[in-house]
Design a protein around this ligand. Structure first.
Ligand SMILES: [Zn+2]
Length: 389
């Protein structure tokens, strides 16, 4: 039996006025997905446990079959693992975004706002030069800047810097900035303030760093030890890759995987089929484009990203799986990212389970069609996917 887990990040949404009251999943032309839903089982999954923040770290941990309530220590330490960093017990990691803070064009007064939590999506190499300059000028004494991908980087600091409340920058889009509070806030504020001279002088659209998502390294058992299967994954997002590293999955690099609208959908599909052909039992395909479109409030790109899933991944993935023998597929996002809200919500999400050999009750994979279903805990779906039927 082969297993595939499909994660269109943040794809769940709400009715959108620009789509005549439809959700992007309802509006998108997805004939392959519709066919799978018609022969599978649809329902709703609570991927974000009650009381936890609706981040991709929490949602994807659920999808991989680990209860975030037991295992989650913060977002940044997961991304640190993706960069190959192992945190000592006396260290913690912060996520270090390159962001654009300021006043909207044409205005000179009023509060400074989070103009772009992604700092204009800088090129990874150009961003790495800025991170190196931050390390040279602000690093030392246990403060370490580590370059990641695009606008997403890591700051490692001593464990006693942990006690602060920090607002995720994507929750502040276009809103007045909210600076850290708590005992460690002054040290964070000092670094963020001093970063302005360095980031602002760079060619990037970003003009400072933003620190958030801190925590110590989580203790996660391996996927094999937990589920008895060899698993692999493809993703362009460090956060998701970090979960794969921490659970000892094999991570496949696809050169054209960008984490953006232009990602190499076919490359991810082929990476899944190649890994399964090479002996992997389970493979996770993660695509970030739907989430980015949600954050940008770009409904056209969100619909297009969903249609790309259908036409450029699922359409040839299913015959490829058929050629390998019996298979099961699980598809769900890690949280909703409604385009009209431009941020994540804690709402439950639609899930789809398909078994190549056993027809389910059938259904429609959209938010309204699953709205009446009682949500199941997100982390329990993995056991359902790989368990006896
Ligand atoms: Zn997101």
């Amino acid at each position: 039996m082969k297993y595939v887990v499909c994660v269109p990040d943040g794809c769940a949404d709400q009715p959108v006025a620009a789509l005549g009251g439809k959700t992007p999943l309802e509006a998108a032309h997805m004939p392959v997905l519709a066919g799978l839903a018609a022969r599978g089982e649809v329902g709703r999954a609570a991927v974000i446990p009650a009381g936890m923040p609706p981040g991709s770290d929490v949602g994807n941990m659920s999808i991989l079959g680990f209860d975030p309530a037991d295992h989650h220590t913060g977002r940044a330490p997961i991304e640190a693992a993706a960069l190959g960093l192992r945190l000592r017990p006396d260290q913690i990691a912060y996520r270090c975004n390159l962001v654009t803070v300021g006043r909207p064009e044409g205005t000179t007064d009023g509060p400074e706002r989070m103009l772009d939590f992604a700092g204009g999506h800088p090129d990874t190499d150009a961003a790495a030069e800025v991170i190196a300059r931050l390390q040279a000028e602000l690093g030392g004494d246990g403060v370490e800047f580590h370059p990641g991908v695009q606008y997403r980087h890591i700051l490692v600091v001593p464990a006693d810097w942990a006690d602060a409340d920090c607002v995720p920058p994507h929750d502040l889009s276009d809103d007045p900035v909210v600076w850290p509070t708590g005992p460690a806030a002054a040290r964070l504020q000092d670094l963020m303030d001093r970063s302005r001279a360095i980031v602002g002088a760079s060619p990037l659209k970003a003009n400072q760093i933003w620190l958030w998502g801190q925590g110590p390294q989580p203790q996660l058992p391996s996927f094999r030890e937990t589920y008895g299967l060899d698993a692999g994954m493809v993703t362009a997002v460090d956060l998701v890759r970090g979960l794969g590293v921490l659970t000892q999955m094999r991570i496949v690099d696809v050169p054209g995987a960008t984490g953006w609208y232009d990602t190499d959908y076919e490359g991810k599909r082929d990476a899944a089929l190649d890994a399964l052909r090479d002996g992997a039992d389970l493979f996770v395909i993660h695509v970030e484009a739907t989430d980015e479109a949600g954050h940008a409030g770009n409904v056209e790109e969100k619909v297009k990203a969903l249609e790309n899933w259908d036409r450029r991944i699922l359409a040839d993935l299913i015959p490829g799986l058929d050629a390998l023998g019996p298979w099961r597929l699980l598809l769900l996002p890690d949280h909703p990212t409604p385009v009209e809200l431009k941020t994540h919500t804690t709402d439950s999400v639609p899930y789809l389970l398909v078994d190549s050999a056993v027809d389910g009750p059938g259904g429609t994979y959209t938010e309204p069609a699953t709205a009446a279903c009682e949500p199941v805990a997100g982390h329990e779906l993995m056991a359902r996917l790989v368990g006896p039927r």
